[in-house]
Design a protein. Structure first.
Length: 334
């Protein structure tokens, strides 16, 4: 396996990226979805995203991705996020004042770095969360049942999300807007995101099925993503075909299988380096035995992408889509 050949990586970035990706995107494989609705939120419903945003009417009853039902009597004044994606979404819709705690990995926007840290999805700091006394905690689906039960037993609302598509991400942002009475701000964010998607779709609309480039993405050493996750969808929206889509979810690769798949383009996380050699993940990929046979390597179509843009299902995910599109078709997206 490719992952076994990667030895030491900068300041735990491998663990960080895996934790962020697997938690934010629902690593347990459940398929409940979270989309906007006028009164009671049903997982998997079609979102009413195009209705004009207005004032939220309370009490508001909403279901999260697990089917758990919550009633908000008013807009929450104290909010905690244990996922970087949720943190970015909440800041994007103007909730800086209300946010009283964020994930340890929340590094965007700059204001998030100044907020109290409360651990993360995989290792939440329950004491810090309790001390923050939030009215609601927004979390990915993978927040442990033990932590969830403990916090809920203390009267803390744990609201879980599991976005599987870009549309799910936008629906979640609009849902946060509804819960917090920031519907107008949320719509401004998702309008921009939809414009990004439309721009990319328009750019690749004339690429026929037989002309689509085959793409391999390595977001962490030896790990890629298959079908059923939003990162796979980014490749499709960008007019490419994911060579790893023979499997589902996030998985560790077989180097031989990637050589056999012969991708036209390879995308990799730009933020990861080997501690000992200083090599980038791109350098490691190119140096692997037999990978010089791959078209992407031979033709020097190996491109770095900011992994925070493509691994966090938040408001910047469509910027990640544009980055993927530029990597796959630089002649179209200059």
């Amino acid at each position: 396996m490719a992952g076994n050949k990667i030895k030491v990586w900068t300041t735990g970035l491998l663990a960080l990226v895996l934790a962020v990706v697997l938690s934010a995107c629902g690593a347990n494989g459940k398929n409940a979805e979270n989309k906007g609705d006028q009164a009671s939120q049903q997982p998997g419903q079609t979102a009413t995203a195009q209705e004009p945003p207005g004032k939220t009417v309370y009490p508001l009853t909403i279901k999260d991705a697990t089917g758990q039902e919550f009633t908000f009597k008013k807009a929450p004044d104290k909010i905690v996020s244990v996922s970087p994606a949720e943190t970015e979404a909440l800041f994007a819709i103007g909730l800086d004042k209300e946010i009283v705690g964020v994930s340890d990995y929340s590094d965007y926007p700059e204001a998030a770095t100044k907020k109290p840290k409360v651990g993360g999805i995989m290792k939440p700091n329950e004491e810090a969360i309790i001390a923050a006394n939030p009215e609601v905690v927004f979390a990915g689906i993978s927040l442990s049942e033990q932590a969830t039960t403990k916090l809920r037993d203390l009267g803390i609302m744990i609201f879980k999300t599991e976005p599987k598509t870009v549309e799910d991400v936008m629906a979640n942002i609009e849902l946060y807007g509804k819960i917090t009475d920031h519907q107008k701000e949320a719509r401004a964010v998702t309008d921009k995101m939809r414009a990004d998607v439309a721009e990319v779709k328009n750019g690749v609309k004339n690429i026929g099925k037989g002309q689509k480039l085959r793409v391999y993405v390595e977001f962490s050493p030896g790990w890629t993503v298959g079908k059923g996750e939003f990162m796979d969808e980014l490749i499709s929206l960008a007019g490419g075909e994911n060579v790893a889509a023979t499997q589902k979810g996030w998985y560790q690769i077989s180097e031989e299988n990637i050589i056999a798949a012969n991708p036209d383009v390879i995308l990799y996380s730009k933020n990861i380096r080997d501690d000992k050699t200083g090599q980038t993940l791109g350098d490691i990929i190119k140096a692997r035995s037999g990978w010089d046979q791959i078209s992407a390597v031979r033709l020097n179509r190996v491109f770095a992408v900011d992994d925070n843009l493509i691994s966090r299902p938040g408001p910047r995910v469509t910027e990640g889509l544009k980055a993927v599109a530029k990597g796959v078709y630089p002649e179209i997206f200059k």
